[in-house]
Design a protein around this ligand. Structure first.
Ligand SMILES: *[C@@H]1O[C@H](CO)[C@@H](O)[C@H](O)[C@H]1NC(C)=O
Ligand SMILES: *[C@@H]1O[C@H](CO)[C@@H](O)[C@H](O)[C@H]1NC(C)=O
Length: 320
């Protein structure tokens, strides 16, 4: 197929897992594309915009334990679990197929039964447990614990967005019986959830417990408006399972650094984003010609015919 698990920057163990299934390369590529596209979408108005085109800057972000690192770790794991579960149900992968919920008390009572082809989260989570093992388990240091926490949160976010979808059977839509299956929510909704968690992420440190183990604890006491999770009642300073956690404060990403190119030259929205994006340096206005589809009309049936209109527009560019 020309594509190979070797070209994906995987560890030896991950390559082995990848090689076991002919379809896995495509699914992994799909997962990377999915999480990168969504990350860019979520951060397009931020100073750090998830461009990830400069390798050195990307690696510096990945190894720093900042809020951005936390988001990347969660969205990458979410992308993997999502793509693999769909790889099963769509038949891209050989070693798994549709979700096999064949019996449930719930389905028995109601006028529907499980059927169809559900996205296989069960397989996907089992696979990832092995696939992410080296990164996540056993390690006692702060970075690995954070990585695991954030990665688990990403996976849980996908799980919480699973819907039951049903199809009616019966003559002319009478819907006397229904078949239902589990379907993953659109990945964009997972991106939205995780971006919200990024905004509220919690700074942590490593603390020693009485039994000699160590654990993540909040660096500061929660502010009053922060949610108190049930488990933080027993151990008041633990981050909740729904909190993204980070260690280091992020830089402001305003000027070129080892993390980003800075915001000079970025296009901004005069009313909404120029102020924060340009970091107080102001912006230049440039007049450009823009061609767009316009005066679109619907022709029965089924065509949309548009004209192309060119207008002069002003764009705003952050000063360097
Ligand atoms: C696990 O990860 C560490 C670095 O995080 C690396 O040094 C080690 O070689 C990895 N082990 C395996 C088996 O891939
Ligand atoms: C992201 O920022 C970089 C420079 O910081 C810029 O070159 C790039 O066009 C930006 N991407 C988007 C989608 O705005």
């Amino acid at each position: 197929m020309g594509r190979d698990c070797k070209n994906l920057f995987l560890t030896k163990k991950q390559q082995k897992l990848c090689n076991r299934d002919d379809g896995m390369v495509l699914v992994l590529l799909d997962a990377f594309r999915l999480s990168l596209t969504e990350c860019r979408q979520q951060f397009k108005h931020e100073r750090w915009n998830c461009s990830m085109t400069n390798d050195a800057q990307r690696l510096n972000i990945v190894k720093e334990g900042m809020k951005e690192t936390a988001f990347l770790s969660a969205i990458s794991s979410a992308g993997l679990v999502h793509a693999i579960a769909q790889g099963c149900s769509r038949g891209t992968l050989d070693r798994c197929s549709c979700d096999d919920v064949s019996f449930s008390a719930e389905a028995n009572r109601e006028a529907w039964k499980w059927g169809g082809c559900g996205d296989n989260l069960k397989y996907s989570q089992r696979f990832l447990k092995d696939f992410l093992k080296n990164r996540s388990s056993g390690s006692r240091d702060l970075r690995s614990k954070m990585e695991r926490h954030n990665s688990d949160l990403g996976i849980r976010t996908v799980r919480r967005r699973v819907d039951k979808v049903c199809k009616c059977h019966g003559i002319s839509g009478a819907c006397t019986t229904q078949t239902c299956w589990k379907q993953l929510g659109p990945f964009h909704s997972i991106g939205v959830d995780l971006k919200e968690k990024y905004e509220r992420s919690v700074q942590v440190i490593l603390a020693n417990r009485a039994d000699g183990e160590n654990e993540l604890v909040r660096r500061r006491q929660p502010r009053p408006e922060e949610k108190i999770y049930p488990d933080s009642l027993t151990s008041p300073t633990s981050p909740g399972p729904g909190d993204l956690v980070f260690e280091r404060e992020s830089p402001d990403f305003c000027t070129p650094s080892k993390y980003s190119e800075g915001t000079g030259g970025r296009t901004c929205d005069k009313i909404r984003t120029c102020n924060s994006l340009c970091c107080g340096r102001g912006y230049n206005i440039r007049s450009v010609m823009v061609t767009r589809a316009c005066q679109c009309r619907f022709h029965w049936c089924c065509d949309v015919i548009c004209q192309r209109c060119t207008t002069r527009e002003e764009i705003h560019l952050c000063r360097a």
